[in-house]
Ligand binder design. Structure first.
Ligand SMILES: [Zn+2]
Ligand SMILES: [Zn+2]
Length: 103
């Protein structure tokens, strides 16, 4: 996905993005893809881009990075509460776990 010119094809819009100055673990935004963030990762010796999903906490509205590989139904903790991860309309969201905790 990344060639020797340190460019990668955005998995969102298909445009080429320069990765100059970026290293594995860095995050970047594609200017063509509003709201999409990608992280540079190394895979089998090559660099590739993975999409970073973020959800906002229903309580404190902080943006939390969804761990890669997360699936709907998993719980994400923030500000002392657990929230369920849901996936709707192509985006993750957090909902209260409904266990009667103070939210
Ligand atoms: Zn893009
Ligand atoms: Zn929170």
């Amino acid at each position: 996905m990344i060639n020797s010119k340190n460019e990668a094809v955005c998995i969102g819009c298909g445009e080429r993005i320069s990765l100059a100055g970026l290293k594995v673990g860095d995050c970047m935004d594609c200017s063509n893809c509003a709201g999409l963030t990608f992280r540079v990762e190394e895979k089998d010796g090559d660099l590739s881009l993975v999409e970073v999903h973020r959800v906002s906490c229903p309580l404190c509205e902080e943006l939390i990075e969804v761990p890669s590989g997360s699936e709907p139904g998993e719980t994400v903790a923030c500000c002392g509460n657990d929230y369920f991860l849901t996936y709707e309309f192509g985006a993750f969201a957090l909902v209260s776990d409904g266990k009667g905790k103070t939210v």
